[in-house]
Design a protein around this ligand. Structure first.
Ligand SMILES: C[S@@+](CC[C@H](N)C(=O)[O-])C[C@H]1O[C@@H](n2cnc3c(N)ncnc32)[C@H](O)[C@@H]1O
Length: 284
């Protein structure tokens, strides 16, 4: 399925009736390596946790771990795994776009295959939501499909430039490394980006110009894809017409033409039990 600038139209809850293509039953090796190196620390949030492998990985290290997912079925399965493995991890049905209402902050946020499901409409909202959950000094580790994945089946492909553009203000993109995302449908896995991103300040600061990816650490200037209101001169030109407060920080100006259309969305959360006896199948 081609998604263009929109997110995929996936019924995630239904996907968990079988073994979903991303649900490999263990942590993604790229994220496990980070955990083993000590990069994952403190209070940990596994956002879009699915059946909970990364929260459980953190709990197994003795860390205080929470997983959130919008799928009631996934959260039920994660809770069951925690009980079976005798691990103390908390799982909540929660909208990743509504982390401010969780009213909690985390030292480390892990995102395995969530970022790439959001279309342009929700990407900006997601980054704003993360901003509330990660205080300055906290870290965000994100594994997503890369633009090197051939074809257009499955989740949206993501370029390094898009990642840098999303996290340019108030964050430092420490690294974006080529990695492999393991999946159930091919032993080779798929090409992914592993991003290591630090939350640096409330008001912004790190402003790296976006560029076209032409290889590791080399970027060719391209037309500015940033939210127009972040471009020099745009703030002054637009004035305060479309200001809205940002959690704990100064007002952020947004405009109807912002490609991320960073509007607020009030998420819903429910609760319920998971289900077992799932079959393998489906595409990513
Ligand atoms: C591709 S799966 C990855 C699951 C898990 N992180 C893993 O690596 O196995 C994406 C997950 O994001 C969840 N999800 C999608 N939209 C969400 C949202 N708005 N808030 C929270 N979770 C969401 C889905 O239910 C699904 O479990």
């Amino acid at each position: 399925m081609a998604h263009g600038q929109r997110g995929p139209n996936v019924d995630f809850d239904a996907a968990y009736a079988r073994v979903a293509p991303w649900d490999i039953g263990r942590p993604q090796p790229a994220l496990l390596r980070l955990a083993e190196s000590g990069s994952i620390h403190g209070r940990v949030l596994d956002v879009g946790c699915g059946t909970g492998e990364h929260a459980l990985m953190a709990a197994a290290l003795g860390l205080e771990a929470t997983g959130v997912d919008s799928s009631v079925t996934a959260v039920g399965l994660a809770q069951r795994k925690a009980e079976e493995r005798h691990l103390a991890a908390r799982f909540l049905v929660w909208d990743a776009l509504d982390l401010p209402s969780l009213k909690e902050q985390f030292d480390t946020v892990i995102d395995s295959a969530l970022f790439h499901i959001f279309g342009d409409d929700d990407r900006g909202r997601y980054v704003e939501s993360l901003r509330a959950a990660i205080p300055p000094g906290g870290g965000y580790f994100m594994l997503c499909f890369s633009d090197r994945v051939p074809g257009d089946i499955g989740p949206r492909r993501v370029t390094q430039s898009e990642i840098r553009a999303c996290f340019r203000q108030g964050w430092t993109v420490r690294s974006i490394e080529a990695a492999t995302m393991e999946v159930t449908f091919t032993p080779a896995g798929v090409s992914a980006w592993l991003s290591t991103i630090d939350r640096t300040s409330e008001g912004g600061g790190h402003a790296e110009p976006p560029g076209e990816d032409i290889g590791p650490d080399r970027r060719r200037p391209t037309p500015d894809t940033r939210c127009g209101v972040d471009r020099p001169g745009e703030r002054a030109r637009l004035g305060a017409a479309s200001r809205r407060p940002r959690q704990g920080g100064p007002a952020l100006i947004h405009d109807q033409r912002c490609p991320s259309r960073c509007r607020d969305r009030v998420g819903q959360a429910g609760g319920g039990a998971g289900q077992d006896g799932r079959r393998r199948g489906g595409s990513a």
